[in-house]
Design a binder for this molecule. Structure first.
Ligand code: ATP
Length: 270
């Protein structure tokens, strides 16, 4: 089945016009060797809001998420067919540089994974390799701005030379979000970003996601339907590698169109 977005065509966010569709997937299949993990998925992902991917374990949420910034390139035997467009540009085209792409489409993982470097260096690394800072003062500004947007600046401004790994789990995850933000991405992909965190750190990240959606398109994979309902405006339900239903989060949770979606959200499997 091919699902296409039926949403409105314009939105305004953070006082600027944002083109509605940021990422478009068309007829995407993903294979691991002979095994087909994603089957004919088509979806439009829009700016200025949070899109949640939900579904039972093994349904392909993380696999599909990784297609959106070519993280599957790093997995031996993985193959992606179909088309994924970022602002209309084919991200699998030979002319697309994967490193540059991953700066535009950043990723935050399940387990916080700061570099074994200082808090400052964790943020400065990306802008440095992408040549985004002309001077030390420039870099200081980028570091402060990214940490501020990630809600971490006040907690770390007096200990920027401490190791990133010395922070609490929740702080480390906000550091990883700051690291993604520092290279001015357009999209942030989050693969179960709260699964290693306690409820208080989770709430802090969820607040942050809500703030960040003003500036970035955000896609989050979550095992928690409550989390999807709290943080997202759109929800995509995957089952056995297929996109079963995609719609406004309220509609998916209160009035699902497909029986399989209803069965999942009412706890019949998962
Ligand atoms: N690196 C890999 N090599 C081979 N098969 C893989 C690989 N990664 C995932 N798969 C398979 O692809 C399918 C989809 O897995 P994926 O991790 O994307 O699902 P998921 O919905 O994110 O699951 P979970 O919620 O448990 O994280 C599964 O059958 C899984 O075993």
């Amino acid at each position: 089945m091919v699902l296409r977005s039926t949403f409105a065509t314009n939105s305004k966010s953070a006082g600027r016009d944002m083109t509605e569709t940021k990422l478009t997937a068309r007829n995407v299949d993903v294979f691991y060797g002979q095994k087909k993990a994603i089957n004919d998925v088509s979806i439009d992902i829009d700016n200025g809001l949070v899109t949640a991917f939900i579904g039972p374990s093994g349904c392909g949420k993380s696999t599909f998420l990784r297609t959106l910034n070519r993280m599957n390139d790093t997995i031996a035997g993985a193959r992606v067919d179909g088309q994924i467009l970022l602002d209309g540009e084919d991200i699998y085209a030979a002319s697309m540089d994967a490193v540059a792409l991953r700066a535009r489409v950043g990723m935050v993982f399940q387990k916080p994974n700061p570099f074994p470097k200082s808090i400052y260096e964790n943020i400065a690394y990306g802008p440095r390799i992408h040549g985004l800072a002309a001077s030390k003062a420039d870099m200081d500004r980028i570091v402060e701005s990214a940490l501020t947007k990630a809600g971490l600046w006040e907690e770390v401004k007096d200990r920027l030379t401490d190791a990133g790994t010395a922070l609490s789990g929740g702080q480390q995850q906000r550091l990883c979000i700051a690291r993604a933000i520092a290279v001015s991405p357009e999209v942030i992909l989050m693969d179960e970003p709260c699964s290693a965190l306690d409820p208080i750190a989770t709430a802090r990240i969820e607040e942050l996601i809500d703030e960040l959606k003003e500036s970035f398109a955000i896609v989050i994979v979550t095992h928690s339907m409550q989390q999807a309902a709290r943080v997202s405006q759109r929800t995509a339900f995957f089952h056995l590698g297929s996109l079963v239903e995609y719609g406004e989060t309220d509609q998916i949770f209160t009035n699902p169109r497909e029986t399989r979606t209803k069965d999942y959200i009412t706890g019949r499997y998962g």
